[in-house]
Design a protein around this ligand. Structure first.
Ligand code: DAH
Length: 342
């Protein structure tokens, strides 16, 4: 009986440590332990040698052991399916799963288009920091401290150092380029800007602008008009009409705003153009002599024009999008409707 008990213990350990690299480990287990030549069967055969007074007790131990082995078998049968498939079941000639391709953000599509139109006219791309100092964002642009026009752009200041702010417009990049002192300058500056605005369908606390600057000898307002006229025709088509309205910006003199004929109603009047037939798309003007002098450029010798436009606004007009909050919501159902990334 002692002998039989130690055999059972050994087998239990063997069962607990059972491992087979056979294709079907449950079946290998059954053959080894539970089949007609298996170890459990042969243990059962030993019962005839057990002394009659021990038979009852031994029978119980053996039955429990058999149940233990059968449970392990059931367990193996259920886990077998999860194991890695045998190599001969992989068909290497099958095509792989295609990775879904993303699409460009509509703001990026329109920014790239704006950039490429101006590049064809010889404008180079310039960039500047999003955290600016007062000089580049305001003072050099003819907006000295306490100038009322500073209120037009509610500014986010950096709390650790209020001398720094998030730039409120890309005009700050003009200043940085002029300060480099290399003339002529013909640049466009796309980038993100920030304003402390209440978020609504028409305003956000961050958005994108493209700034343009051209400085050389004898640059005139006619050059400005022709450049912008070319731009809108390339952007929106030859049918587009433009008009310039006098306006005010501290950094340009004279200043203007440019409207285009409404793309939605073709100029007849609708909600988007507030029934005027025109929508404003940019501000522009001749660079103010004070700005040139602030940046070390001789205003008697050189002149230039500048313009600035919001990319969101142009994108909304181009794709007829009514709410600009959707640009920053990352909703894939919206984003995937635009040109794919490749
Ligand atoms: N910086 C102006 C704004 O953010 C836009 C602008 C207007 C830029 C006229 C210019 C300009 O360069 O000449 O509202």
């Amino acid at each position: 009986m002692e002998n039989l008990l130690s055999q059972i213990n050994n087998l239990k350990e063997e069962i607990n440590n059972f491992y087979s690299d056979d294709k079907n480990p449950a079946e290998a287990f059954r053959i080894k332990f539970l089949g007609s030549h298996g170890s459990v069967k042969s243990l059962m055969g030993e019962m005839k040698n057990v002394a009659p007074e021990n038979k009852r007790e031994m029978g119980k131990v053996l039955n429990e052991f058999k149940l233990f082995a059968e449970n392990k078998w059931e367990e193996l049968k259920t886990t077998t399916d999860d194991r890695a498939p045998a190599t001969d079941s992989i068909d290497l000639s099958l095509p792989g799963d295609a990775l879904p391709i993303g699409s460009r953000h509509p703001i990026s599509i329109v920014r790239n288009k704006i950039v490429s139109i101006f590049q064809r006219l010889g404008f180079a791309v310039a960039e500047g920091p999003e955290i600016e100092d007062d000089w580049h964002n305001f003072s050099a642009l003819n907006l000295p401290e306490n100038h009322p026009a500073r209120d037009m752009q509610d500014t986010f200041y950096v709390s650790q150092n209020p001398a720094w702010m998030l730039r409120t417009h890309t005009s700050s990049v003009q200043v940085r380029e002029m300060e480099k002192g290399k003339l002529p300058i013909r640049i466009i500056c796309p980038g993100r800007v920030y304003r402390n605005e209440t978020i609504s369908a028409r305003a956000h606390c961050f958005f994108n602008q493209v700034e343009g600057l051209y400085i050389a000898d004898n640059v005139s307002f006619a050059d400005l008009k022709q450049t912008l006229y070319f731009f809108v025709q390339e952007m929106f088509g030859k049918e587009i009409k433009v008009r310039f309205r006098p306006s005010y910006f501290p950094f340009t003199e004279p200043s203007a705003e440019m409207d285009i004929s409404c793309l939605i109603c073709g100029g007849v009047g609708c909600n988007v153009c507030k029934h005027t037939g025109w929508v404003e798309i940019l501000g522009c003007g001749m660079v103010h002599p004070n700005v040139l002098e602030n940046c070390g450029i001789d205003s008697k010798k050189y002149s230039g024009f500048a313009f600035g436009m919001g990319i969101e606004r142009i994108t909304m007009l181009k794709y007829q999008i009514k709410d600009l909050r959707i640009f920053s919501e990352n909703d894939v159902r919206f984003l995937k409707q635009f040109e794919s990334a490749v």
